[in-house]
Design a protein. Structure first.
Ligand code: ZN
Ligand code: ZN
Length: 375
């Protein structure tokens, strides 16, 4: 597939300023971000394309070379990678830090010890439906790693120091001869670090770092849904050999609600109403996530009827529009009646039967169906 022009990819002019390029990138990166387009290969490709164009055009040297020689002017092996934030990245929005590298990678130069990106971590956060609907700020305790004080991060017992691995001469990789082929692989002795620790530090078991906990602030955006993840860049496990840290993902789990069921940005609830209210119509009180609202139901409301209250659902975290509340009416049969009430109902029953089928629309249709069935 032919490579598209970097300016075309970002939709900017050849003489666009760095600011314009950044702006265009941000917009497109948001649009194609894999978090917003799960399972879309196309979006992922677009995202990579946009990211590459951005990285090329914001690097003055690369941009000049590209302007002069086109794609041939920029060595593809030099691209990507670079610019890992690492360190204490704060929480971005619901889509995470769009400038972080979400495709892993993080492999350093091909010479020297291998550099590994730290593993990503997941934190399951249970929240209520109300919290999801209104958004809130909270703090979580997550693991973090500090440099070991005893060995100052070397992993070697104080007074000793790591030595260069003799198997790979510090390269972290060895060449193995297999028949005619020479294969490069990670050094089995030092596991790619290029160093051997003869006497490991007792405090950190030679890891050079000690696990602690830290408190992170998390901003839960309005409308977040079950299963969504918030990324905190650089707060995962630390990398190896100076590689970038992984990311921390806060995964949202919404507890079941007593009254409402959520479907996307819509809410559903069941609304029991009395048999008399259903027949006569009138005002009922409907619960919503922000208090009760009055709603008028028409005369002759049937059980199972659904009323839609526009905009009383949840404001979508991505769309920014509020969903609707669907109220499912359940007509309640009165119980524990007194003799007087029973008499009233018998009289009532008698009067409606005398009135014919017109009082019972469902019975009428049902009878017609039964009749059709037997004839
Ligand atoms: Zn140590
Ligand atoms: Zn080695």
């Amino acid at each position: 597939m032919a490579k598209r022009d970097f300016y075309e990819v970002l939709g900017v002019a050849k003489n666009a300023s760095e600011d314009e390029i950044k702006k265009a990138y941000r917009k497109l990166a948001m649009k194609y971000h894999p978090d917003r387009n799960p399972d879309s290969k196309d979006a992922e490709e677009k995202f990579k394309e946009v990211k590459e164009a951005y990285e090329m055009l914001t690097n003055p040297e690369k941009r000049e070379a590209y302007d002069r020689y086109g794609h041939a002017g920029v060595d593809p092996n030099m691209g990507g990678g670079g610019g890992f934030g690492g360190g204490a990245g704060g929480f971005g929005d619901a889509f995470g830090d769009i400038f972080g590298d979400i495709f892993g990678g993080g492999r350093g130069r091909s010479q020297g010890p291998q550099v590994y990106r730290g593993a990503d971590l997941r934190y399951n956060l249970e929240i209520t439906l109300e919290q999801a609907a209104h958004g809130f700020d909270t703090t979580i305790r997550v693991p973090s790693w500090d440099k070991c004080d005893t060995c100052h991060g070397t992993g070697a017992k104080p007074g000793t120091s790591p030595v260069t691995c003799s198997t790979c001469a510090g390269h972290g990789q060895v060449r193995m001869q297999q028949g005619f082929f020479s294969i490069q692989q990670t050094c089995p002795k030092c596991h790619g670090t290029g160093k051997i620790i003869p006497e490991p530090c007792a405090a950190c078991s030679g890891q050079g770092r000690i696990k602690r906990n830290k408190t992170l602030e998390v901003k839960i955006p309005v409308g977040i849904d079950n299963g969504m993840r918030i990324r905190s860049s650089g707060n995962g496990e630390p990398g190896t050999n100076g590689g970038p840290s992984g990311d921390l993902y806060v995964e949202i789990h919404i507890k079941p609600h007593q009254v409402f069921q959520r479907e996307g940005d819509d809410l559903h609830c069941e609304m029991p109403i009395s048999f008399a209210k259903a027949a006569l119509g009138g005002e009922i009180e409907v619960p919503t996530l922000s208090g009760k609202v009055a709603f008028t139901i028409p005369e002759g409301t049937q059980s199972g009827k659904t009323f839609r209250l526009k905009g009383k659902g949840i404001k979508g975290v991505r769309s920014g529009f509020a969903g609707d509340l669907f109220c499912h009416v359940a007509v309640e049969t009165p119980v524990k009646l007194t003799d007087k009430q029973k008499d009233l109902l018998r009289d009532f029953e008698k009067s409606t039967t005398e009135g014919g089928a017109k009082h019972s629309p469902q019975t009428k249709t049902w009878r017609d169906k039964v009749k059709d069935f037997f004839e």
